[in-house]
Write a protein that binds this ligand. Structure first.
Ligand SMILES: NC(=O)c1ccc[n+]([C@@H]2O[C@H](COP(=O)([O-])OP(=O)(O)OC[C@H]3O[C@@H](n4cnc5c(N)ncnc54)[C@H](OP(=O)(O)O)[C@@H]3O)[C@@H](O)[C@H]2O)c1
Length: 199
């Protein structure tokens, strides 16, 4: 499959790849309740898709000795100690983060910058569907505001949280004991699951 992808982009000077793709469950679920088709799709898109597309562009970037790859992770897999009831999604985002940070070190010698970007909530389709959050606020930027901040950070650190209010949340969250964060995330997951079951 990667040969096909590489064939498609042969001859293109791909300077920057942004792996923004990402899917999650349609609603909060215990792992044993998640449909086979749902969780395998989350792994396929978030893990396999991100890895394959990254691999496909790296060859050309290595030849040209320049390029940037930005992988969009999530606070779900990095900022909070757990993300119950969206477990497979969170685990795939932890994968994206480690993939990016290791590639950052691996490909520096070829002049290629690989970065893991870690957003918290952004007012997109995904967040309105899964978290029932409508509209933007101080801590939930519009996609446009988030993208502006994200583009400014490309080429700097191996991992970043580009939007200032997300960084502030991460910083404040790091002061809270993990057991409290676990309990908070679990209560949110359970509320979202109950809403679906009894709506
Ligand atoms: N929104 C948040 O609060 C938030 C927080 C943390 C991390 N993230 C991450 O940010 C990224 C963007 O998410 P979003 O909130 O903008 O979600 P979204 O509105 O649902 O967008 C998801 C993106 O993935 C693409 N996509 C989904 N399945 C695909 C497939 N099988 N093949 C090709 N493309 C596919 C979609 O393409 P189409 O538009 O063509 O369907 C869309 O561009 C994701 O990686 C997500 O995990 C989002």
């Amino acid at each position: 499959m990667n040969e096909l992808l590489e064939e498609e982009i042969r001859g293109l000077d791909v300077g920057v790849l942004i792996n923004n793709v990402g899917v999650t469950y349609p609603s909060a679920r215990f792992l044993h309740e998640v449909d086979e088709q749902v969780w395998t799709n989350v792994v396929k898109v978030n893990v396999e898709g991100t890895t394959r597309v990254t691999m496909a562009v790296l060859r050309g970037m290595v030849e040209r000795k320049r390029g940037a790859v930005v992988n969009i992770g999530s606070g779900a897999g990095i900022v909070v100690p757990s993300h119950p009831l969206f477990t497979v999604y969170a685990a795939t985002k932890a994968y994206v983060d480690q993939l990016s940070r290791s590639l950052h070190v691996e490909y520096k010698r070829y002049g290629i910058d690989v970065q893991s970007q870690v957003p918290l909530y952004v007012a997109t389709k995904m967040v309105s569907k899964v978290a029932s959050i409508e509209g933007s606020s101080l801590f939930i930027p519009t996609p446009h505001a988030y993208a502006k901040a994200a583009i400014r950070r490309i080429g700097y650190e191996a991992r970043c949280t580009p939007f200032w209010a997300h960084s502030l949340q991460w910083c404040l969250g790091s002061l809270v004991p993990e057991s409290l964060l676990d309990a908070w995330r679990l209560s949110i997951g359970l509320k979202r699951r109950a809403k679906l079951h009894y709506a």
